[in-house]
Design a protein around this ligand. Structure first.
Ligand code: ADP
Ligand code: MG
Length: 322
């Protein structure tokens, strides 16, 4: 870490196309923790504003939304344009309190085995101008949430009890999180492993921004941004039909007819698979249909048929040739 504090500013209008005169602190040089810029990333104005408030005013921002809507990458792409070092920690079931805080480890010093405290990711980030991103915040285990709760308090100090040390956050330490749910647990059965967060947990976030599915035009633009080969009239037509299929499946999900939700991430991988297999229907089976409950497949096939005016051919499935 070379720089201790921001040494330049970024104009939000120029960098993010926001209709505001906001000027955001930033770093002149990127270190190895700054995410790479994805020039094709399309920013959601409201979420961008919320995240910039997080960086500028030290607000704690939670981005909530369905899976694959670009929550994690949104935070990274804002950080990338500010050259703000960023550390992403996925709180899914595996991470423990000791991973976050640190633990005693046996090391060899001058031929002797000694026990030494090895700092976890949270104390490391806290003492630096780093944006800590707690990904899948609603999947965090209770012991993990307990540690994070303290950090979200006003002074945000971290006590390392076993160490007898209290860490004060660096003035440019920032904290963000992403979650699929707003802490109500796995209500619709979609987010296995989502914990119920208590209100005190959610209350501690200063800003909750929502990033859900986008208007069709925006989703088409995102897919086309990812796949330059499709930037022709035919390509655009293809992608709009694909987004229309996704939209039909989402409508069916909303009324409870489907239990699997097609994310923008799935639409992107479907488009990529069209390039790989040269067959839209086959790519659809492989990217989405095969992830779905067998009982629901006829309905999904119907969504496909309505948008492509073509049956979803069973014989197109890979592995059935023999
Ligand atoms: N607005 C966008 N512009 C460009 N790509 C996007 C956008 N939103 C999502 N994507 C792409 O969709 C995929 C899923 O994004 P991700 O951030 O992992 O979603 P989430 O964290 O919400 O599950 C990524 O490959 C990302 O690049
Ligand atoms: Mg994510």
């Amino acid at each position: 870490m070379t720089l201790a504090r921001p040494d330049t500013t970024v104009n939000a209008r120029e960098a993010f196309g926001l209709d505001t005169d906001l000027v955001v602190p930033a770093f002149r040089e990127a270190d190895e923790h700054v995410p790479d810029i994805d020039a094709d990333y399309r920013f959601n104005p409201d979420v961008t504003r919320a995240l910039l408030a997080g960086f500028t005013r030290n607000r704690r921002v939670l981005v909530q939304g369905l899976h694959g809507t670009g929550k994690s990458t949104h935070i990274e792409q804002v950080a990338a344009r500010l050259n703000w070092p960023c550390l992403r920690v996925n709180l899914d079931g595996h991470i423990s309190r000791l991973d976050l805080v640190g633990r005693d480890a046996v090391v060899v010093r001058e031929g002797q085995q000694v026990t030494e405290f090895q700092e976890g990711v949270v104390p490391w980030a806290l003492q630096r101008p780093v944006a800590l991103v707690l990904d899948e915040y609603d999947a965090g285990r209770p012991d993990v949430m307990f540690v994070l709760q303290r950090l979200l308090e006003r002074d945000g100090k971290l006590t390392l009890t076993d160490q007898n040390r209290v860490l004060t956050p660096h003035p440019y330490f920032r904290m963000f999180a992403t979650a699929n749910t707003v802490g109500l647990g796995n209500l619709n059965g979609l987010y296995h492993g989502a914990q119920r967060l208590n209100h005190a947990q959610i209350d501690r976030w200063n800003i909750v921004a929502a990033l859900n599915y986008l208007p069709a035009d925006e989703e088409i633009a995102i897919v086309l941004a990812r796949l330059p080969q499709l930037r022709s009239e035919a390509g655009r037509d293809l992608v709009s039909s694909m987004v229309a299929v996704a939209d039909l499946t989402r409508q069916a999900f909303r009324v409870g007819d489907l239990s699997t939700l097609m994310s923008p991430r799935t639409v992107i991988s479907w488009a990529e698979n069209v390039e790989v297999f040269g067959n839209t229907a086959l790519a659809f089976r492989l990217s989405f249909l095969n992830k779905c409950d067998e009982a629901e497949r006829p309905l999904i096939a119907e969504c496909f048929q309505r948008c492509f005016d073509q049956e979803l051919d069973e014989s197109g499935q890979l592995g059935t040739a023999a």
